[in-house]
Design a protein around this ligand. Sequence first.
Ligand code: KIV
Ligand code: ZN
Length: 451
Amino acid sequence: MASEHIRITVFDTTLRDGEQSPGCSMNREEKLRLAHQLDRLGADVIEAGFPIASDGDFESVKAIAAGLRRPIIAALARACKPDIERAWEALKGAAHPRIHVFLATSDIHLQYKLRITREECVAQAREAVAFAKSFCADVEFSPEDATRSDPEFLCQMLEAVIEAGATTLNIPDTVGYTVPAEFGELIATIRRRTKGIEKVTISAHCHNDLGMAVANTMAAISAGARQVECTINGIGERAGNASLEEIVMATRVRKDRYPYTTGIVSNQLFPASQLLSEITGVPVQPNKAIIGRNAFAHEAGIHQDGVLKNPLTYEIMTPQSVGVPDSKLVLGKHSGRHALAIRCEQLGYQFDRRALDDIYRRFVRLADKIKRVEDHHLLELIRETHKPAASATPLFEPLPTAYAAAASAVAAPAAAPPEPHRPFPMAQQPNAFGLPFPVDHHDQEDYLWGV
Ligand code: KIV
Ligand code: ZN
């Protein structure tokens, strides 16, 4: 039951961490456009930028803070006064502002980057959070490189910032180093050992350097994190951040394992992904889960045959549920006759078995050469195959002609009705794609035909 499911806060950082990916920087208008789509998507928190980084980012955060009234608008700041003041200046027009302060806690960062001691680090974080709190009730703190920090010291730091007024504690796997079981244990340790932890929200922020950002995020949720930080298309520093669409759909499709809900309107996922690609000019990898061009495309004959009979055979969610207009049957050398026949029918041609075999043989040879057979290739192939003058019985008939023949048979009752072609497959009732189920449900696709 939905009411038993725990609500997870979705913190979208496409406009901040995502924008830090090479080639993904956005100007104010572009950020604002994407922010409106993130609002339609139902993101709870939108991290709009890092105001101290540039005047452009400052203006972007300000415009988003002024323009979007529903979500929380967050802005990033290092643990120092000028950053926090600049963040607040950009955020103060927001209906729901949040200042996000970060300071590294790993010894590697303390020693080589910040050149401060652990004691100095705790003091700086405490002071920074208290300063942010003087402007804004909603303050998030991130101990950067948390997963490579000494857990004992990490908990000490978290206790200090809770005392200083932090309301969300975000645990970043800054360098994408952790693995799911370990990250889950870290969240559990933090919950066990940090005084005052029950008063705040624990958040997970995972990078994808080992390809485990989403798995790590899911492990964090299972261990008690209640906010996830993620980006559209998984963009972000280096290998990217945890992908928002993957986290959300994992909770939808595998409710049995992840009994959590989010406020995400899932059919806005694909539009958000497309808009981001359009704005940045960075394409989505074709096999990207959920929103990639191939995520609902089927080329293998067995798969096409199964999906045409019932999409559940090879699809665990509907394309429509994530805003993808429809599944795609890609015609290539792995395709079978079932998919070929369906595409031909969609193009207006219906074949008997013998004609289809002939077309299919030529189609496989062509697909071997050109990899992907588009509609115009198929139409050309049909035209080449059709040799009415040399054949007493045409190998195929364009559907309009067949309809015309049937109509004239009705108009002339004296003439014997023409023997109908046995189309393959025979059109009867539509499946979930609006495409016909074959009459013979036991008719298995012999996709290796001709090999
Ligand atoms: O990856 C990281 O550590 C960050 C912090 C600023 C939260 O992006
Ligand atoms: Zn990050």
